[in-house]
Design a protein around this ligand. Structure first.
Ligand SMILES: C[S@@+](CC[C@H](N)C(=O)[O-])C[C@H]1O[C@@H](n2cnc3c(N)ncnc32)[C@H](O)[C@@H]1O
Length: 224
């Protein structure tokens, strides 16, 4: 993987809590964040005493390299958000400037924590559909990767990644369930069918977070 092909963009703990309906009890468990990238979820939760490990291919790069890529990509993201602002609900964020400031703040918190977090084993390089972990987590979370990028990641990738998240955790949650156009992913129903056949209970649950239009649901998967 080349860093030039990566768009690092990260959300914060409060957003993760709302995207995944995380309760105080959920946050006390051992959590695996899959594809966390430069989100500040891990840094913020760890600072509060939480137990969280994040996995992402960008963790093979140094903090300096990731910071440089964030600086390159931020104006591009700002331009894209301005161009497609109608695809988003401007409720939690009043405008593009406020959103970019929030993302920049999250990514700064991540960068400040990164080297320390690597030493503590909280940021692990890894690439779905394989995870470098065995079944030790209470909860595996994946935000803004599966379903959203259905144009780039095929169905086999999706089902193998979902089964892999279930292999290493008691419960998996994925958000959002829409593609980049805001339509329900065409892989959602076939994934539910395959997961059911493999012995899992799947629930589509409404959540209290919605920034991209249509993105107000998560998938919860548990072994039957
Ligand atoms: C849009 S970002 C979302 C970051 C974070 N989850 C959030 O919501 O703020 C998508 C992340 O998925 C990571 N990613 C891309 N392909 C991946 C793969 N095959 N396995 C795991 N992570 C991947 C990227 O490096 C990037 O950090």
């Amino acid at each position: 993987m080349h860093l030039s092909s990566v768009v690092p963009w990260g959300r914060n703990l409060a957003e993760y809590q709302r995207m995944f309906g995380l309760t105080p009890r959920d946050l006390e468990g051992k959590i695996l964040g899959v594809g966390d990238g430069p989100a500040s979820f891990n840094a913020e939760l760890s600072a509060k005493g939480g137990q969280v490990v994040s996995i992402d291919p960008i963790y093979k790069f140094s903090g300096q390299e990731i910071a440089r890529r964030i600086d390159e990509i931020t104006p591009v993201m700002r331009a894209e958000l301005n161009k497609h602002s109608a695809n988003y609900l401007w409720k939690d964020f009043s405008d593009v400037d406020q959103l970019v400031a929030c993302r920049t703040s999250s990514m700064s918190i991540f960068l400040e924590d990164y080297e320390h977090g690597i030493r503590e084993g909280r940021y692990l390089e890894g690439v779905l559909p394989r995870l470098p972990a065995s079944g030790v987590y209470d909860l595996a979370l994946c935000s803004h990767l599966l379903f959203l990028y259905e144009e780039n990641l095929n169905f086999e990738f999706h089902i193998n990644s979902l089964l892999e998240m279930c292999r290493v955790s008691d419960e998996a949650r994925v958000y959002p369930l829409v593609n980049q156009a805001g339509q329900q992913s065409r892989f959602l129903n076939p994934s539910l069918k395959r997961l059911n056949e493999a012995g899992y209970h799947c629930h589509v649950v409404q959540v209290g977070y919605c920034f991209q239009r249509g993105a107000n649901e998560m998938l919860v998967i548990r072994r039957r």
